[in-house]
Design a protein around this ligand. Structure first.
Ligand SMILES: *Cc1c(COP(=O)(O)O)cnc(C)c1O
Length: 421
């Protein structure tokens, strides 16, 4: 793969050069069922630019070896690249130190890590875990499992009709029984951006720790975990241009240091005797086994790519695109968009007349328009909205107005097939 990375001098131009950006993503050039691909399923996973694909490729071609304790050139180089990736992630989210960043498979594993370590050590009978009704199953089921084991109770902050959190309900439910608050930064179904700094501050005042699920925020906004003031922040690489199978958990040092290890194995120990073991220092204490080295390197490259373009510019582009999409979808008779109209990202759930979301997605696919249909790992939220599924279109930095037009045109085809007036 010798394609040069056309983004290398992107930072020199103030304009958002969408054609240039699109050219960085090889998959965007393909046809689907004879139509240009309109990829609007970014909340499920993003596409990958050449620079990321090449970084992974170069790792395997040039420096592949296992990391840490290696005495040979390749292992030293692989270790440097892996640990440098950790620095890139830490800098990107404003973490005070790279040793507070633990590489994991993704947001799901990050949240499970907290549940099985901090949770298992601190959550006791009678305690309460406070979630919201909009949590992704990944930030819900691990806490249900933990509560079941510990004899704790899970409580849920309510959601308004427009999908925003009922903050009075949060104030009401937060009490001295609350040991942990876990909340999504951005809803993966409604695009709502939650006031996580306020939530974290109130949790701290109630002596509860605060876990933020950043899977839908990290791809779209500049993060600063210290400004948010949470105790843990979890996110996945694959939704922000990186390969699958890599993500990060940031945690506050003083909490991480007192947490028991999770999985046992190589890498996570400093010494093993027949009688027992001594855990390694942070962050290795939580990284048992050979890590996803190529994934971490690809993750760092994805972050560099986002930084070259600038998340402010990405945000501005997506905001404009989201406003355009909402305007066009609102103009479709019989179509209902869920979620708020402002303070949101471009994750747009909707229903169209009485066409089932799955049928809608299948028809759109025939026109090359990729959206998602289903409960989006958000079944309690679906119940709350009174639906069993929604159709969801979600945009990212490479999407265009003409792809939104393709979506709306394809909806017209669905209307014709289903006899929607
Ligand atoms: C995708 C997503 C997750 C889970 O991420 P994985 O990459 O599947 O581990 C968790 N929370 C939210 C809000 C998500 O959108």
């Amino acid at each position: 793969m010798d394609t040069p990375d056309p983004t290398l001098d992107l930072e020199t131009g103030p304009a958002y050069d969408i054609e240039r950006i699109r050219a960085d993503f090889p998959i965007l050039g393909r046809l689907v069922h004879g139509h240009p691909l309109a990829y609007l399923d970014n909340a499920a996973t993003s596409q990958k630019p050449y620079s990321v694909i090449q970084a992974v490729d170069a790792y395997y071609r040039e420096i592949n070896a296992n990391v840490h304790r290696g005495a040979h050139e390749l292992s030293i180089r692989a270790t440097e690249a892996y640990e440098e990736a950790r620095e890139v992630v830490a800098d990107h989210i404003g973490a005070p130190s790279a040793s507070e960043v633990i590489f994991v498979r993704g947001a799901t594993e990050a949240i499970n890590l907290v549940a099985w370590t901090w949770g298992a050590a601190h959550v006791a009978e009678g305690d309460e875990i406070l979630l919201t009704k909009m949590e992704h199953h990944s930030n819900l089921v691990p806490w249900q499992i933990l509560a079941g084991r510990a004899g704790a109770t899970v409580r849920y902050v309510d959601v308004e009709a427009d999908g925003t959190l009922v903050m009075d309900d949060y104030d009401r439910l937060l009490s001295d029984r609350t040991c942990l608050v876990a909340v999504t930064h951005v809803s993966n179904t409604l695009g709502v951006v939650n006031p996580v700094a306020e939530i974290a501050q109130k949790a701290r005042e109630a002596d509860a720790i605060c876990v933020v699920d950043g899977a839908q925020a990290a791809p779209h906004m500049q993060l600063d975990v210290q400004a948010i003031g949470c105790d843990f922040y979890a996110f996945s690489g694959h939704k922000m241009l990186a390969p699958t199978g890599i993500g990060a958990l940031w945690g506050r040092r003083e909490i991480l240091e007192h947490m028991p290890p999770w999985q046992g194995g190589g890498e996570m120990i400093s010494e093993v005797r027949l009688e027992g073991f001594t855990a390694a220092q942070l962050p290795h204490k939580f990284e048992a086994g050979t890590p996803n080295i190529a994934g971490a390197i690809g993750f760092a490259e994805a972050i560099r790519y986002l930084q070259r373009i600038g998340l402010e510019r990405v945000h501005a582009w997506e905001s404009d695109l989201t406003a355009y999409a909402l305007e066009r979808l609102d103009a479709v008779d019989g179509l209902e968009v869920f979620g708020p109209r402002k303070d949101r990202v471009g994750v747009i759930s909707f229903r169209y007349a009485d066409i089932h979301a799955h049928d809608l997605a299948t028809i759109l696919d025939q026109k090359g328009v990729a959206i998602r249909a289903g409960h989006h790992c958000n079944q309690p939220l679906m119940t709350h909205l009174g639906v069993d599924a929604t159709a969801r279109a979600s945009v990212y930095l490479y999407n265009t107005r003409s792809e939104i037009d393709a979506l709306v045109d394809a909806l017209g085809l669905a209307a014709k097939l289903f006899g929607v007036a």
